[in-house]
Design a protein around this ligand. Structure first.
Ligand code: NAD
Length: 497
């Protein structure tokens, strides 16, 4: 590392992007930076690779993707160590993150044929002499743009779905975690050496912008809501479809029949894991009156035991420290109280666990993504008020409910893409469930069957099976035949259900 490096801040020197450990400032690695020309060249190469990859068919792709999966598992410690050196997150967190990524990769590889394979559909009245066929065809080249907070699992989700569907990938990792991104592409190339099916291009936002304009068939973006809007605008220039996985302000509801201790444990983990830098992290809790005091006490006891610098790693992006401090100060200035941590919790590059109560609904801690190990707990009358307050946000990514009798009903009423009942963040561990948000959290889905369909175009084909008995869609039809068709229509659909 040269003296000019600020810990955690990526820099470009002599055409190389250098990432550093946010806690120590030690250089994590360096990779070549791409420009618009390099991005376009990568997409060109990917086009040829895509044709070859698609030609392998579902079974050929599955075998290769499973080989990649096994290689990742064999070298999982190495991947976790790289993730630690670029983000500062504890090694154990890196291992668990990689485990989730492996689950998604495995599921997509094994299930693509069933979900996306060609199928026949039943014929219908107007075209009785034709058979119907449905196929899911890949886009060709998919651009994947990733964030730094979960540099393994966030890109591997869309990459797995897109690869399994038959696409080649050009991946732009976050400038904070380029080495992890490079590792993913390099290990893939070890098991698929024939063609550049998964390439990586490095750089800042301009490189992501170039990828949006490079002629890719689809862009899968994961990152902040502000950038998601820029990505969508850039893709709109050429009507390139997008899937946007953006920010969140997830809520956890504690109902009166909840296991309070379990709820507190999950709230602390959901809020503080990865030092709170989790898109689906719990940032707000709404606890009903009868359990509120016990819940706050349990959260403070558990969060108070976490060691900053151990379980709570550094804040990866130095500029986020100011946002976290501003949110805490705003909450306290508006009448909130810190029952743990508080205004002096921010000690760069760390933030000590902070639990705030009585925070007004108009403060930034309640309204904006804080992305630090802070949690607000709000007392509510009942579950109805909890749902109303939880949904009073522009975001809608995940969420959590603790309770027994009504927990599932409450979960359904939360305006979000995912909800964990009596757990937090658990849905990300299931490769067979879709993942994605509503509102300012984005749209489209990764993971699961929906996440596979996101990376393919539905293609409809009809095939004539024989002569037309009741021709409808031709100038050759006679009035008598049309009468017959209407008669058949009445028989089929005319009766009251
Ligand atoms: P970010 O928006 O700053 O950057 C994300 C990526 O976009 C980076 O690779 C960046 O270089 C690139 N980029 C920046 N400007 C661009 C532009 N104009 N055009 C194209 N690409 C551009 O986000 P971040 O700080 O890396 O990640 C944190 C954010 O991501 C948080 O808001 C978090 O909630 C969100 N996130 C969401 C999910 C999800 O699945 N919904 C998952 C993880 C993180």
């Amino acid at each position: 590392m040269t003296a000019t490096h600020v810990p955690g801040l990526p820099v470009i020197e002599d055409g190389q992007l250098i990432s550093t450990n946010p806690a120590t400032g030690a250089e994590a690695g360096r990779v070549p930076v791409a420009d618009e020309k390099a991005v376009n060249a990568a997409v060109e190469r990917a086009r040829e690779a895509a044709a070859w990859w698609q030609g392998l068919g579902f079974d050929g792709r599955k075998t290769r993707m499973l080989r990649w999966r096994s290689l990742i598992v064999q070298r999982i410690e190495e991947l976790a160590a790289l993730t630690h050196s670029e983000t500062g997150k504890p090694l154990t967190d890196g291992l668990i993150e990689a485990t989730a990524a492996v689950e998604h990769l495995d599921w997509a590889a094994r299930n693509a044929k069933r979900v996306l394979g060609p199928r026949r559909v039943r014929t219908r009245l107007l075209v009785a002499e034709h058979s119907g066929h449905l196929e899911y065809q890949p886009f060709g080249v998919v651009g994947v743009i990733g964030p730094w907070n979960y540099p393994i699992v966030t890109p591997v989700g869309p990459i797995s779905g897109a690869l399994a569907a038959g696409n080649a990938i050009v991946f732009k990792p976050s400038e904070y975690t380029p080495v992890v991104g490079q590792w993913l592409a390099d290990t893939f190339a070890e098991v698929v050496p024939e063609h550049p099916v998964l390439q990586v291009v490095h750089g800042f936002g301009d490189v992501g912008g170039a990828l949006c304009r490079s002629g890719v068939g689809k862009v899968a973006f994961t990152g902040s809501t502000a950038t998601a809007k820029k990505v969508m605008a850039a893709c709109a220039e050429n009507l390139v479809p997008v899937v946007l996985e953006a920010g969140g302000k997830d809520a956890l509801i504690v109902d009166d029949d909840a296991d309070v201790n379990l709820a507190a444990e999950a709230a602390v983990w959901g809020a503080m894991t990865n030092a709170g830098q989790t898109c689906i992290g719990i940032e707000r809790v709404y606890a009903v009156e009868p359990v509120y005091d016990r819940f706050v006490e349990a959260v403070v006891a558990k969060a108070g035991k976490l060691r900053t610098g151990e379980e709570i790693g550094p804040i990866t992006m130095p500029k986020q420290l100011d946002i976290i401090r501003d949110h805490i100060e705003d909450a306290l200035a508006k009448g909130g109280r810190a029952v743990l941590g508080g205004a002096d919790a921010v000690r760069a590059p760390y933030v000590a666990p902070t639990v705030l109560v009585d925070v007004p609904a108009d403060s930034s801690e309640i309204r904006e993504e804080t992305f630090g190990p802070t949690l607000t707990i709000t007392r509510v009358r009942d579950a109805d008020e909890a749902v109303e307050k939880a949904n009073d946000t522009a975001y809608g990514l995940g969420g959590s409910v603790f309770g027994k009798r009504n927990a599932i009903r409450i979960a359904r009423r939360l305006r979000s893409g995912m909800v964990a009942v009596n757990g937090t963040l658990t849905f990300v561990g299931m490769g067979n469930l879709p993942f994605g948000g509503v509102g300012e959290s984005g749209f489209g889905r990764i993971h699961g069957a929906d996440g596979l369909r996101e990376f393919a175009r539905a293609k409809a084909i009809t095939v004539r099976r024989g002569p037309s008995l009741l021709p409808a869609m031709t100038f050759e039809r006679t009035p008598a035949q049309v009468k017959q068709i209407v008669k058949a229509l009445r028989l089929l659909y005319g009766r009251k259900p």
